[in-house]
Structures are given as structure tokens and as C-alpha cells.
Design a protein around this ligand. Structure first.
Ligand SMILES: CC(C)(COP(=O)(O)OP(=O)(O)OC[C@H]1O[C@@H](n2cnc3c(N)ncnc32)[C@H](O)[C@@H]1OP(=O)(O)O)[C@@H](O)C(=O)NCCC(=O)NCCS
Length: 338
């Protein structure tokens, strides 16, 4: 793995968090009526018990806008103060305009520059790093970074290998430039990112783009849904998330024993346990909510961060380790001093 390219040369702080999960709950028992599966199989293999499904009329930008409003409220900033909106998503409202443009319109952030980032389940941490560069170079002072997905729109409900794993939701943070000298809470100390495009075919939505447009001939084979080699993905997820965590901690001058809470990507409880074990961290120091939501791709980390924040699990000064892995393959990790 190449050496991380960025250094913690400046101060961007997470000053507010928010999340929005759709109301409709789809349980494992509900799924067992649609495909040949069971609560026992899904729970024991993944840790997932239920997931949220957005309403037909809700687009990803609707979920994102709700999470953004809550993050702005928690940060105490007005929409006009937001100078940058980045939405991490693989389920954009449409090919263009970007989902971030729709969010801007919905929340009235008229002074923001807006675009999307596509890095699958690592998308939120990629977007956080992009926003951090804007802030740390003095280009912008206040940004909304959002992870939002309507993955139910990419699911083949006849494929038990994938339909049990995913759900919908959105999480957001407001980040702001902090004075280098002050110990602002929520400060992002380090971020590492990695990509291995040689494994792009292991986890993908093959159709619907320019490589394979949907046609009357191919529509019945569901090319516009998630295709995944589960075991291969599992193996790389553990290795890369572990490596990225260790690198981000090292870059911040810390070690795993300093970590008060790990907020990992929520894809599979067994992946999360394997990483915790290799970092020698007890599961009490690892945040998990995938039992309620399943894998919401780019939304998992900001949703979990918001839930941990609201639950009082983040104390001032705590070292928080964020780590993600997703299609691409992509991976990323950030260390935050709360
Ligand atoms: C998908 C995953 C849960 C499957 O678990 P697994 O233990 O690897 O299971 P396998 O793929 O080996 O499948 C085992 C068997 O269960 C079956 N199976 C798959 N899905 C099933 C389901 N929902 N219900 C019941 N049986 C199922 C398979 O058909 C297979 O049957 P076979 O042995 O007769 O062929 C696991 O591989 C995983 O979590 N992978 C990583 C996913 C991930 O992280 N994705 C996102 C990355 S961002």
C-alpha cells in the first residue's frame, strides 16, 4: 500500500451532526416472505435485524436535506453560512444535476458550491477529506458533508445474496475551519484514503450507465442492481479497514489504545468484530447500529456518528476512529479528537 499522501496540516472541526432515517421498517421476517431466507441466517451471518426503506416519493436528496437541516441545527449555523455542500452517494437523484444541487435548493443554502462524490461505502470519508482540503487551504470556511443513499432503488428483491444487506438513510456533518491554536472539539486530526480499481468488478451496479445502458433486451437480468462477490468483499474489507485504521492513527501520532470509540462502516458485524479484535479493542469501544439499519453505504458513518453523539458516547477530548470500505474497492479512515 502506498504511503498516505496527506498530512494533518491544519484544523477542520466537525461542529454539528445530524441524521434522518426513513420511517418504514423492513424486518428479516418480512424479507423471508419475499426470498428464501430467514431471520436466523441474516442475523448470524451479518448482525442485521431490520433496515429502513424510503417512501416511493422520497429521493436521496430528500433524505440528505433532512439530515443536513439537523446537522445545521446542531451546529447552530444558518443555511446562508454554508459555503460548500458535498453529497457522497451511489444513489443520486439522477445522473445530473448532482444530488448536492437538489439539497442546496431544498435547504436554501444559496451561498454554497455543490457537487457529489462517488466512492461507494467510503464516500462519506472521501467527501470529508475533500471538504477538509477546501477548508484547510482557506478556500471555504464552513461546509456540509453528507452521506445519503436510497439503496432500495438498486436492489434486486429476488436476489437473497444482496437484498438482505442494504437499507436507506442519510447522515450529515457541518465542518468549519478552526483556529490552528485553539483546541476546537470535533477536530479532524488525520485522514488516509486508498483505492484498488483492479477489483472494481467484485462489487458493482453494472448497468444503467454508459458501459451498459438499460435496454428492453437486458432489463430482465436486472443489470441496474447491486452485484457482489460476498466472500471476496469480506476478505478485502477486513484487511483494508485494519490497515487504514492503523495508518490514520499513526498519522495522528496515536495508537489503538488511545481510541475511545471506533465508528466503522456498518456492513457486517463479523467484519467489525474482526477489525476490533485485530486492533485489540473491546467491542464496548466499537459503535454498531447495523442491526437497525443494515448497510446504508455512504450514510453509515455519519448516521452512526450522529447517534453516538446524541447518545452521549462522545466526550470532549475523546479520540474517535472512523473507518470505511466499499466498492471500487475504496477505503478510508479518519481520526477525530472530539
Ligand atoms: C454477503 C455475506 C453476508 C455472505 O455471508 P457468507 O458467510 O460469506 O456466505 P456465502 O456467500 O458463503 O454463502 C453461504 C450460503 O448461504 C446462501 N445465502 C446467501 N444469502 C442468503 C440469504 N439471504 N439467506 C439464506 N441463505 C443465503 C448462499 O447461497 C450460500 O449457499 P450455498 O453454500 O448453498 O451456495 C458476507 O460474505 C459479507 O458480508 N460479505 C461482505 C459484504 C460487504 O461488506 N459488502 C459491502 C461492502 S461495502
Amino acid at each position: 500500500m502506498p504511503a498516505p499522501s496527506s498530512q494533518p496540516f491544519c484544523a477542520s472541526s466537525i461542529i454539528g451532526t445530524g441524521s434522518y432515517m426513513p420511517e418504514k421498517i423492513l424486518t428479516n421476517d418480512d424479507l423471508s416472505k419475499i426470498v428464501d431466507t430467514s431471520d436466523e441466517w441474516i442475523t448470524s451471518r451479518t448482525g442485521i435485524k431490520e433496515r429502513r426503506i424510503a417512501a416511493a416519493e422520497q429521493a436521496t436528496s430528500d433524505l440528505a436535506a433532512e439530515a443536513a437541516r439537523k446537522a445545521m441545527e446542531s451546529a447552530g449555523v444558518s443555511p446562508e453560512e454554508i459555503q460548500l455542500i458535498i453529497v457522497a452517494t451511489v444513489t443520486p437523484d439522477m445522473f445530473f444535476p448532482s444530488t448536492a444541487c437538489f439539497v442546496q435548493k431544498k435547504i436554501g443554502a444559496s451561498n454554497a458550491v455543490c457537487f457529489d462524490v462517488s466512492a461507494a461505502c467510503s464516500g462519506f470519508l472521501y467527501a470529508l477529506q475533500v471538504a477538509r482540503h477546501f477548508i484547510n487551504t482557506g478556500n471555504r470556511t464552513t461546509a456540509l458533508v453528507i452521506g445519503a443513499e436510497k439503496l432500495s432503488s438498486l436492489i434486486n428483491w429476488k436476489d437473497r445474496n444482496t437484498c438482505v444487506l442494504f437499507g436507506d438513510g442519510a447522515g450529515a456533518v457541518v465542518i468549519r475551519r478552526a483556529d490552528e491554536e485553539t483546541e476546537a472539539p470535533g477536530r479532524v486530526l488525520s485522514t488516509v484514503m486508498g483505492t484498488d480499481g483492479t477489483l472494481a468488478d467484485v462489487l458493482k451496479v453494472p448497468g444503467g450507465g454508459s458501459a451498459c445502458p438499460i435496454t428492453p433486451e437486458n432489463v430482465d437480468s436486472h443489470p441496474n442492481t447491486i452485484h457482489m462477490e460476498g466472500r471476496e468483499t469480506f476478505k478485502h474489507a477486513v484487511t483494508r479497514m485494519l490497515e487504514a485504521s492503523q495508518q490514520a492513527l499513526e498519522m495522528a501520532g496515536l495508537s489503538a489504545s488511545d481510541v475511545a470509540l471506533v465508528i466503522p462502516h456498518q456492513a457486517n458485524a463479523r467484519i467489525i468484530s474482526a477489525i476490533a479484535e485485530r486492533l485489540n479493542l473491546p467491542l464496548e469501544r466499537v459503535f454498531m447500529n447495523l442491526d437497525k439499519y443494515g448497510n446504508t453505504s455512504a450514510a453509515t458513518i455519519p448516521v452512526a456518528l450522529d447517534e453516538a453523539n446524541k447518545a452521549g458516547r462522545l466526550k470532549k477530548g475523546d479520540v474517535v476512529l472512523l473507518v470505511a470500505f466499499g466498492g471500487g474497492f475504496t477505503w478510508a479512515s479518519s481520526v477525530v479528537r472530539w
